[in-house]
Design a binder for this molecule. Sequence first.
Ligand code: HEM
Length: 394
Amino acid sequence: MATLDYKATYDISRYGFLQERRPYIEVTKEKFGDIAHLIDNITRDGEAFRKMCTVVSRVPDVYTILEDDAKVLYSILTMIIHKWVWGCGVDNISHIIPFKIGYTWWHLCEYWHYPKVLTHASVDLFNWKFIDDTKEFSLDNITNCHTITGNHSESWFYLIMVAIEGVGGQAIKHIMNVYDELQGGRKIDKITYEVLQISDYMNSCVEIIKRNFERFTNGTHKCDPDYFFNKLRIYLSGFNNTTYFPEGGIKIESMDIKPINLKGGSAAQSSLIQLFDIFLGIKHPEKHSNDFLKEMRDYMPMKHKLFLEYCEKLPSLRDFVESQDDHALTSYYSICVERLLSLRRVHIAIVHTYVMAFVKKDSSTNVNKEKGTGGTDPNVFLKNVIEDTNRAVI
Ligand code: HEM
């Protein structure tokens, strides 16, 4: 275990599952062809943007580009495709992606194992940069590379999640130190020290998620709930709703493929939160919750999914804590569980403000209505997940 280079094997950076790219990769015409022009114009109105998509001619060769460039291309192409599909509203969905764009995207996703839909990876993990490269990672020193709408609400919605990944991801090295120790010397002081470090990072995650509600000095929300529900959420809808995709999903012009019917983007695709569950031994026994969280792994970058599977096979911290009956270790372990519980409690408050508060109102732009973009009934699923976490406190 100590010899495994988990960062290289599972594509983990010093900011965890976030992709760190220094220097920042510019989306130039030389490297990305006409796709660069499309992403520069993505905030234009839906019809004008669609016209631009139909005249794309020069596209990159997905089989020869570097992996870092492939991630950038995946991120921008998913945004372009979702704008193409949803950008003219629910009454004017386009079910067929123009050939050049669709062909490039399809081959890119096949070759690099990316899901063919907008994901947490495409808008968060692969879509951020430092504001000031010389300063430390923090929510106030990061920004998005691209957004679909150009609106600050979309930007803040993504950045909260990026910041949680980047700060919480720094706990991974301590988690791996615990696993090392559990497989080796099992020194209680060392494990206790590492668990304390992890609890600090988890506390920072709780502080960040609370900032989802933050406002500008003029009083308006940085992520406006109305804008989120009525303008932004449509782009997180995916292609699996048969009311809107009666032929079973989206297709690509001139390609003989099955309709693509994947679910929409959701932070439930975060490997970090699932890693916290695994590390702390928090189980989700209710079948629907468990199945859904497992399914979300198929929407993660493949190496991150494999990392979770690897960690699941390592010795359990919880078993060790219970076997030792050590006051300090038990209380730091429980503090970690309580911090995850706090994060989930703030999260459900967010879901109430940004989704539940609107479902009673008529909204023609909302495809998912009261359902999560991942397809769950959040009132049931999120409450179950909170209860599971609560039960794990020792
Ligand atoms: C406006 C902001 C947000 C909304 C409306 C929202 C909504 C939802 C909904 C409805 C679900 C249920 C699954 C589904 O059907 O998609 C969910 C799950 C989840 N969300 Fe969010 N979410 C938001 C922000 C965040 C943030 C900032 C995080 C960061 C931690 C997050 C992490 C998760 C996780 C990890 C799950 C899976 C359940 C769990 O493990 O606790 N979400 N979200």
